[in-house]
Design a protein around this ligand. Structure first.
Ligand SMILES: Cc1cc2nc3c(=O)[nH]c(=O)nc-3n(C[C@H](O)[C@H](O)[C@H](O)COP(=O)(O)OP(=O)(O)OC[C@H]3O[C@@H](n4cnc5c(N)ncnc54)[C@H](O)[C@@H]3O)c2cc1C
Length: 376
């Protein structure tokens, strides 16, 4: 086991693992330290829906970041199965957002021409007849929906595992341990973990919803908190649901495991990752709103995990103010699977070349210092 490394990455979710992959591919020696196991939190239990069309302000920094994430996902889908033998179950898969309210339907239809074709997505309005062609079980109460082509999905756990394996093949070392702090040492840093420490030149804090804990290590604000979400994996009678069908932040689709995955909840529950019967009831209610005939489903598995949500809802990406070479990469909220590879690629770019490769100004951690947010 090495006692020093060019870079130490803290956190083995999609963001940390992507960073380690892109660093080691460029020959940078990297140790990744994970307190539990790789992909054992949100990055392993997310729904895995991939699209950038929902990102606010098409053409803005958030849209560009998500589009870069989509580009890298397509690349990873080609490379990883060959490199690692792991099928990440990446599938091009259209998505359909149902509308049940007349005003919302009008607004959605009116917004379509301005969004058409942007980012390579095809968008069309599906009227009630078209909805029935997509899936005859969709509720008669739905007034229509926005059908988007160009989206995809993936098995997030297999993806993180494949990226971790590819990173190890390029020379990354993955260690189990909890990081307790970062201190300056010479021109670099010392990372303390349970009972030992490691010297390095640069640090990446990719700690997901636990990222706020690094505020006290650095004395700078990293206002990120957990937002719990739950998913049901169901056996459902009848044919598979062939696209990702959603409504009001909820969604359902049949995954390659043959199960209908339905979600989700948004709960302020601290760091509690326990699935609950209340969560189950809420998800079932939203599933039945979309598919009233699906009353005979059977629960196979229920999962819960924590999204990393920043104070302003934007990712937190870039160097920590006053800490040259200490990079923060978290806060991707509901889009962390889409954004993870882009956040990893940008962080690796910053370490290797000093340049992000695209605009990250709205995401930089220094915005919280400028706005006077207190370090916790
Ligand atoms: C129900 C649900 C569904 C979702 N569906 C989607 C989706 O369809 N599409 C999408 O794009 N996104 C989705 N997301 C969001 C996405 O899962 C997250 O944004 C993303 O996984 C966050 O990745 P991360 O690497 O930042 O954090 P995490 O996956 O939480 O990884 C952080 C890691 O850091 C480790 N860590 C923390 N502190 C320390 C420490 N001190 N020492 C060592 N290790 C440490 C943790 O153990 C953890 O493994 C969903 C989230 C939820 C909850």
């Amino acid at each position: 086991m090495v006692e020093s490394s060019d870079v130490v990455v803290v956190g083995g979710g999609i963001t940390g693992v992507s960073t380690a992959l892109y660093l080691t591919k460029e020959g940078v020696s990297t140790v990744l330290i994970e307190k539990d196991s790789v992909g054992s939190h949100a990055s392993g239990f997310a729904y895995g829906g991939l699209g950038s069309h929902g990102s606010s302000a098409v053409g803005g920094a958030a849209f560009d970041l998500a589009s870069e994430g989509m580009r890298l996902h397509r690349q990873l889908a080609e490379e990883l199965p060959e490199q690692t033998g792991i099928n990440t179950e990446y599938r091009p898969r259209s998505s359909l957002s149902l509308v049940f309210d007349e005003d919302e339907a009008e607004a959605a239809r009116a917004a379509l021409p301005s969004k058409q074709g942007q980012g390579g997505y095809s968008m069309s309005w599906a009227d009630p007849r078209a909805l029935k062609e997509i899936d005859p079980r969709i509720s008669d109460a739905a007034l229509g929906g926005v059908h988007v082509g160009g989206t995809a999905d993936v098995d997030p756990y297999r993806l993180v595992l494949a990226m971790a394996q590819a990173a190890m093949r390029s020379g990354a070392e993955i260690r189990r341990g909890r990081v307790h702090g970062v201190s300056r040492e010479g021109n670099g840093y010392r990372i303390s973990t349970d009972g030992r420490s490691l010297a390095c030149g640069s640090v990446v804090l990719a700690m997901g919803p636990w990222g706020g804990g690094a505020s006290s290590w650095l004395g700078v604000p990293i206002p990120v908190r957990p937002l719990k979400g739950q998913i049901l994996r169901l056996w459902a009678p009848g044919p598979p649901v062939r696209c990702s069908i959603g409504w009001d932040g909820n969604y359902a689709t049949t995954k390659p495991d043959g199960l209908l995955w339905a979600g989700t909840t948004e709960e302020e529950a601290g760091f509690d990752e326990t699935p609950t019967s209340e969560g189950r009831s809420r998800i079932m209610a939203s599933l039945l709103k979309m598919f009233p005939s699906l009353t005979e489903t059977q629960l196979v598995r229920q999962t819960a995990c924590l999204r990393p949500l920043s104070a302003d809802g934007l990712p937190v990406l870039g160097e920590a103010p006053g800490w040259d070479g200490v990079h923060v990469a978290t806060g991707a909220g509901r889009s962390g699977i889409v954004l993870g590879p882009a956040m990893g690629r940008i962080t690796a770019n910053l370490i290797i070349t000093g340049e992000a490769g695209m605009s990250i100004t709205p995401f930089e951690p220094r915005r919280f210092v400028d706005s006077g947010t207190a370090a916790s």
